[in-house]
Design a protein around this ligand. Sequence first.
Ligand code: LMR
Length: 396
Amino acid sequence: MFEKTELLPPDPILGLSKIFREDPRENKIDLGVGVFRTQAGITPIMAAVKEAQQIVVNSETTKAYTPADGAPGFADNILKLLLGEDSVAYREGYCSAVQTPGGCGALRLAGEMLARSEIGGLTVGSPTWANHIPLLSAAGISIHTIPYYDTAKSEINFDAFIEGVRKLGPKDVLLLHGCCHNPTGADLSEDQINQLIEIALERGFLPFIDTAYHGFAKGLEKDAWIVRQMVERLPEVLVSYSCSKNFGLYRERTGALIFKGKTAERTKALHSQAISIARGIYSMPPAHGGAIVNEILSSTELTAMWKQELEAMRSLVVDNRNQLVSVARSTSLGNRLDFIGDQHGMFSLLPISNETVEKLRVEQAVYAVGGGRINVCGVNESNINRLVDVLAAVIV
Ligand code: LMR
């Protein structure tokens, strides 16, 4: 059966973490996988999560199956968090959610639903997260790319992006990043999003918003703006949501797929399809992470605590960005890294080739992701000077 099965290379992001762990060099710097880290290099369990987890464990009376759409209460709480309790679409039943195994599970479930629809193709701006295209094309949909970011200029190439968007029609899906664009950190402005919505109304394509860093760009309310606007103004919207980063629940695989249908009846139909497709793949999502999130979002105290902790994480990421900019300014880099200070979330894309990325890893023990993506959470007081010197030698 498996005589011809080939050995595959490691995953470009997760595989890098393994190589990093095995690297014996003491001065190694991990700018790879997208996890939040403190200045001490730790990815902590949030206090609100610890407390909620204890409540879940203490009150759990059974390990019997959960409902097909996940831990009770989770999906509804995520809808309220993302759309706002006053959202008309939410109140009138135009939106629904199912819990999924992480954001990846949500993306894949959406891909499977789209593969069973009348989709022509899915379009995504380039570059995008290294797993988007493999994950979605594995669902059997065809993927097209249009330009999004000019790496040499370190800015969004909006003219080229919008030109690609204008060519989309009613059978097309446009994959967007909710906030904290991965891998560039460069988010569309509100004005640019408004333009996208106008074109979507005119051309009829379906926006699919991948939201994996809610709360990390400008805060929970502002980061939800793109989803809220699109849900309010467009007839159909898909959203994949991840609790990996904002609840720090990475390994608990906790996410959601959210859909807005043209009518409440269509939304019910979409919900039923999602559950049925999930049943054919993984039956139902793991309950633990969903139960923790539900516990937090159902409690005023835990929600306040969680929001405060998330805000502290967000401001640490902003500080790291500003530190990089300021240390770079004191070297031959001058203002070359200023763009990092204007971007959001964990990632920025350095204007370096894949050869240079490899050279940095082999010669300097500096781990960036292929394409030049760095996670600014890997920067701290003890490594920033060496890192900037190393970068000054490779960025012109
Ligand atoms: C990342 O982009 O580094 C994270 O989303 C982790 C992953 O699964 O790739």
